[in-house]
Design a protein around this ligand. Sequence first.
Ligand code: MD6
Ligand code: FE
Length: 193
Amino acid sequence: MRGFALADAPKLVDTIAQLVREAPFRHMTTPGGFRMSVAMTNCGSTGWVTDRTGYRYDACDPTTGTRWPAMPAVLSQLAARAAAQGGFADFRPDACLINRYEPGARLSLHQDKDERDRDAPVVSVSLGLPAVFVFGGARREDRTRPVPLAHGDVVVWGGESRLWYHGVRPLKEGEHPVLGRQRINLTFRKALS
Ligand code: MD6
Ligand code: FE
């Protein structure tokens, strides 16, 4: 949904700046021991984390041991409106993963399968520098298609393709008028059943 979040973007950018003061971006470690080039944080009643022990959802920020900041209404309402327009009524996300890409940062091909509720969609909101998202299929070897994502674009992703492989190509150098040298992506999920 091209530009679906454009009207809300200034408010989103402000809200994210506040959230990040409470729960700063950090580069997490994969179970294999690699430092992720994407920096992450969360808001909501649970948040996605990775460390040497694996991937999981956790109510607490591991760096502070306190709960993730609550999900602001401007975020949950945008996600619910987008999901409804994409054919998923009554989407009530409990987790919002906030990803920050600086030039060079990338996300390798993966599936989102740490959520218990697979019937709920994932709603993704892109802000800042444009990126090339790659969308594959049910198997890692499946051919991928590049999908350019720009400031304000929203993707609602569910049903048959909920578990399909996807990733983000290394972010190209650039300067966004609002966010500068970064891309921020929000993914809203229903992690707990
Ligand atoms: C990103 N997004 O766009 C990374 N996963 O930065 C994801 O990994 C993703 O956008 C599941 C569903 C939608 C997504
Ligand atoms: Fe993903």
